[in-house]
Design a protein around this ligand. Structure first.
Ligand SMILES: [Zn+2]
Length: 342
């Protein structure tokens, strides 16, 4: 099979498209043939070799976390899945043995891992992390779904528990994670305020249907949110940018707001006036991908045709180096899909 691997850490040029041995499914695994996958910021952080344990894998390694496709073989002990089923994989791995897992809190697993290996035509995955896809789901939607939608679902549905009468504020609404958050918040029926930063992206953002679109470079974001909400602020702040947006996230949060944070693409060292937290009594919740409960919830809506990933560009696997450059430079509105057959 063809796959994109790194043998060393570094810039996009360390990615190599190679012929690799086909994986064999273990007794409780299914072998999935993929036609497409997508790139995520996590792939870049692993490629660069960021020091946190969560980004360290033995080399060489196949990058990529969004696995979906058709099952072409199953191990002897696989129960409910059959050859020919279409499935999507939740890349979040809870250990099943730590104190939190034993208390049925897998979202707080002390030894979480996230699976790699999606930049490949064949992937072997344990049965318990697979969810069946309805035949009506387009392959490209499945390819651009897992990381962003399961993460956004865990943040908005599981952690922030959004309701139809909430005002949900989403930074960078044309990013993969931001666009997933808008999609999910709209399914719930909440009021959505979202931002983008360039005229082309603002146009794309309007097409996603948020109730208010703001320019995060030129608008006074806090003033505009207060204007829309009668001075209340946003009940839920979807934070995934970090350093560049954190103070404004605090300023635009309503009294009692839920601020949910993942991603931190602009930097992770933040300052905060704790008095604002005390006076507004808001909560800040970190979030990391999502449990199988979150994944099943998100995929149930995908299977009903209610969620539709924003796909900005498709690049063949042979051009994976340029795909990483584009994601690094933030040029694309929406997900960058990798065609594994081209
Ligand atoms: Zn655990």
């Amino acid at each position: 099979m063809r796959a994109a691997r790194i043998h060393e850490h570094g810039g996009p040029e360390v990615l190599r498209v190679e012929d690799c041995d086909d994986p064999r499914p273990g007794p409780r695994e299914a072998l999935i043939r993929q036609t497409a996958t997508s790139v995520n910021h996590r792939d870049i952080w692993i490629r660069k070799g960021l020091p946190d344990d969560t980004f360290q894998y033995p080399l060489p390694t196949i990058l990529g976390i969004d696995v979906s496709g058709e099952i072409v073989a199953v191990g002897d002990e696989v129960g409910d899945l059959r050859v020919g089923d279409r499935v999507i994989c939740n890349p979040y791995i809870a250990c099943g043995r730590c104190h939190a897992c034993l208390r049925q809190h897998p979202h707080h697993c002390a030894r979480i891992d996230i699976s790699n290996g999606a930049y490949a035509q064949l992937v072997a995955v344990p049965e318990e992390r697979l969810i069946k896809l309805d035949p009506s789901v387009p392959a490209e939607h499945a390819a651009c779904f897992a990381n962003t939608y399961i993460t956004a679902w865990e943040m908005l549905i599981t952690k922030a528990r959004i309701m139809p009468d909430d005002v949900v504020f989403v930074w960078a609404g044309t990013s993969g994670l931001g666009s997933a958050a808008i999609d999910i918040a709209k399914v719930v029926g909440a009021t959505v305020i979202a931002t983008a930063g360039r005229s082309e992206k603002l146009e794309v953002l309007k097409g996603l249907g948020p109730d208010l679109v703001l320019d995060h470079y030129n608008d006074d974001i806090v003033a505009r949110v207060n204007e829309l909400t009668g001075g209340m602020g946003a009940n839920v702040v979807f934070e995934h940018v970090g350093h560049a947006t954190w103070q404004r996230s605090i300023d635009l949060a309503a009294s009692g707001a839920r601020i949910v944070s993942a991603g931190l693409t602009s930097g992770q060292m933040l300052e905060m006036d704790v008095v604002q937290m005390i006076m507004k009594q808001f909560t800040i919740t970190g979030s990391c991908l999502g449990t199988m409960a979150a994944a099943r919830g998100a995929v149930s809506q995908l299977n009903k045709g209610r969620l539709r990933p924003l796909i900005g560009k498709t690049v063949p696997l042979s051009e994976i180096v340029s795909a990483h450059r584009m994601l690094d430079e933030g040029e694309i509105a929406g997900k960058l899909m990798i065609d594994l057959e081209a």
